[in-house]
Design a protein around this ligand. Sequence first.
Ligand code: NAP
Length: 482
Amino acid sequence: MPTQSIDPKTGTKLADPIIDSAASEVEEVVTRSAAAFIDWSEVAAKERASVLEQIATALDSNVDELAKLADQETALGVARLVGEVARTTFQLRLFASELKKGELLKEDLDEKIEGAPPQGRPQLRRSWVALGPVAVFGASNFPFAFGELGGDTASALAAGCTVVVKEHPAHPQLAQRVIELSQNAIVAAGFSKDILLSVRGFESGSTLVKHPLISACGFTGSQVAGKALFNLAVARENPIPFYGELGSINPVFVTENAAKNRGSEIASGFVGSFTLGAGQFCTKPSLILVPAASDFEAEALKAIDPLSFSTLLTPEIQAKFLKDVALVNSKTGVKTLLAPKPKADGFGVSIGLMSVSVEDFLANLHEISHECFGPVALVINYQNEAQLTRVAAQLDGALVTTFQAEVTQDQELLKQLVKIAKHRAGRLVLNGWPTGVAVTRAQHHGGPYPASTNVLHTSVGSYSMMRYLRPISYQDFPNELI
Ligand code: NAP
């Protein structure tokens, strides 16, 4: 089936359909990627850094064209998309600077000690080797930062891997333009464009994951797709690492003191965070636990314009959003405070808000606490602190858990909640909002399933590069042979 570029604001077709890659094309692309890997993996870290910097420059130089094209296909807004290009090129340059510093790729050396074990030992040098060609699946909601040239591609190239991208059908023209600009920069830097190739079409995705020459996968997207592709990766004759960064529900815990002192500010901050980017953030706070006796629901409703519509990325996302909200609404005790409505043209929806008690929430925990990808959230009203810790202990893995609390007054409660939540989230936020994800060395963007399929790694920040390198020990090898 060909891929059609569509304007989400109106639903109209933007260009001629783009033909999906045939199985023979996927085969050819992966073979070229594997051949290019042999040279690219041997390129010195500083030279790889320079290629990443040149790709960043190419994207920055074309930011206006890219943001305009992305806005046509995603309706995320030119200003936000210009910012996302900057985040993407910052990311490429961060990996370049890490490669130049070399600290992450540091080797461990155990000197030889003469004699028989246990005191004696050979010389051992623990170093790093790139995994091989990596298949990358970007998400629709961050067409740059988590897209074709997003963190997965940048970190894999930095590690010395070649990349085959599965282009996202929600922004097909942009995907091709970003790949083209990046390949031009790679060739201008003196390397083969085969270090970064791409394929199109649903079937091509699974063919890639199953291909024996693919050595790892980086995936950003939904839990359903991530789990399906993870299953393919581990069911191969030679199973490979599958780094899936998926959506999660990202709970917020509001203490009684915080609700009393800052109720209205917390309510408007929450609305701002769950409606950001039309609620299409993997870090969207989907649930908020508030004291039942507070005015939180009324304050949150005051912060929402019920007549404003935000545009979702695709008709599938719009239909799934309305279906998921209806499912949550159908559960016992769930009240609709504001029902999200579809817009007559395009893929717009209005903002939704629901509420439920702790007892009713826990009675249907798994159906109520799944991701509704779009601008909706659930307020959970608790009666006492014991209910807060009870909920914390039963929630699934999340990318982020947030606390709104008064640090001095709530110290004991916070300690208790952190003790539980640190086993269930990749990042804990205090008195902020989870939606922004800073690109730094200390960032961890991942977490226990279903937040990610590999709890050990991050998909954002410097350490994401380590997903595509494996340790290797050289025993009694002279330097000149390594
Ligand atoms: P998606 O529907 O899962 O699509 C992601 C990619 O997977 C697309 O290329 C899609 O291609 C492919 N795909 C989907 N189902 C598949 C299947 N069964 N087999 C093989 N390939 C399949 O996700 P999306 O709509 O682009 O992105 C939204 C989701 O991403 C949300 O859940 C959001 O929370 C999550 N997200 C997570 C992060 C993070 O860092 N954790 C960041 C951003 C977004 P086709 O359309 O061709 O099937």
